[in-house]
Design a protein around this ligand. Structure first.
Ligand SMILES: [Zn+2]
Length: 97
């Protein structure tokens, strides 16, 4: 198995999960892209598992995606999107994203 290609494939898989989690954020009234995106990244793990991914695979997707967060368009990024940051949905624990 070619490792870089495997990572790229996982990232694409996860991008689909994030997209699936991102749009409903707007439906809930969240207008800012960086908030919708940060929520989506944190919820995509659950979305992937709900769609049949194993917990281990979902976690590997999250990590492959998170590694490239800095490459997203500026409107989709925030310095508060981090563990214990203002956009952390689970501030009570250290699970991130
Ligand atoms: Zn959006």
């Amino acid at each position: 198995m070619n490792e870089p290609h495997e990572v790229t494939r996982r990232r694409r898989d996860f991008e689909r999960q994030v997209t699936l989690s991102h749009e409903p954020q707007h439906s809930k009234g969240i207008a800012e892209e960086f908030v919708a995106e940060c929520n989506a990244i944190q919820l995509a793990n659950t979305t992937a598992i709900r769609l049949g991914a194993t917990a281990a695979y979902a976690a590997s997707l999250v990590h492959a995606y998170w590694r490239h967060y800095g490459e997203e368009l500026p409107a989709y990024r925030s310095a508060d999107c981090r563990n214990a940051g203002n956009l952390d949905l689970r501030r009570a624990n250290s699970i991130w994203p």
